[in-house]
Design a protein around this ligand. Sequence first.
Ligand SMILES: NC(=O)c1ccc[n+]([C@@H]2O[C@H](COP(=O)([O-])OP(=O)(O)OC[C@H]3O[C@@H](n4cnc5c(N)ncnc54)[C@H](O)[C@@H]3O)[C@@H](O)[C@H]2O)c1
Length: 324
Amino acid sequence: MDKNFWKNKQVFITGHEGFLGSWLTKILIEAGARVIGLDIVKNRKQIVLNQKGLRKRIKGIKGNVANMKLVKNIIDQEKPEIIFHLAAEAIVGRSNKNPITTFKSNIEGTWNILEASRGKSFINSIVIASSDKAYGSHDKLPYSEESELKGDHPYDVSKSCADLIAYTYFHTYNLPVCVTRCGNIYGPGDYNFSRIIPDAMRCVNNDKTLIIRSDGKFVRDYVYVEDIVEGYILLAEKIKSLNLAGSAFNFSDENPITVLEILNKLFEIASKKANYKILNKAKYEIKKQYLDSKKARKVLGWKPRYSLQQGIKKTLLWYKSNLV
Ligand SMILES: NC(=O)c1ccc[n+]([C@@H]2O[C@H](COP(=O)([O-])OP(=O)(O)OC[C@H]3O[C@@H](n4cnc5c(N)ncnc54)[C@H](O)[C@@H]3O)[C@@H](O)[C@H]2O)c1
């Protein structure tokens, strides 16, 4: 990242209390940016943002991104130069249970950010968190940015829609917006225990049996959170200078792996005997999904710094000292 670029930059981050948002906020504050955050939760307890007095340096606003008036007020008053829109219902199971809340947060929330940014000349970059799930299910692997967006289930569809809406705000209104499509992100500070890696970390540390909902054979990308943050930051820095508005970028480590393979690795690194039970009850999930990140490597000069081994080690250590 270019620290000079971020010094005193006015940055608006939605979802700054979440797993990825808290890391992004932490790293940008450390680089000298002035961060305004919007999240439906305020002062979440166990996230990386609660270190070294970082919280005192954020202007945190509690509120819903689906509230247009609020979003407009924040953008009009704070005049951010850069916007990262991460706020979303990000848990697939909860999205299946509550599709309408998911659509409001993920689709309406996205159009609010874009509409409130329309015609605002002080905004130079908008990065919208889409997802690998926006692609839905394809036989042709790995997925490139050209793959069709055709989610099937509520979370996936919410991301396909948000992704297309972002594109139209570039295409029709010339907004400086890009979208990110990331594989499974893991790392310290993810307290979403319905996700396999945080759940596995907790089970390993507490010597509990890990319950696997799928058959363990689903194939995915896993990327360490600081690598993803770096991707977001590089993209925001370069939207204007490299004329990238309207583009999408995949971010993955391009080492697809099955659920059982990653779990066995995790148990091995923790020096514990593998202890899990396979339920084989996962519904509505894509069997094989992984991304091609050539474009991010070529255009942004991005590549993951952490191998799976290094990332898991760091994550395990963090959960060990932060869970009990
Ligand atoms: N974690 C992953 O593996 C992954 C992969 C691809 C894409 N993404 C996307 O990245 C973004 C961040 O994901 P995360 O893993 O940090 O999830 P997270 O659940 O930890 O963070 C999301 C944050 O958004 C907030 N939020 C939810 N609905 C909101 C609303 N209506 N208004 C304001 N705030 C709201 C939540 O309180 C939470 O703090 C999401 O958009 C997600 O879809 C995540």
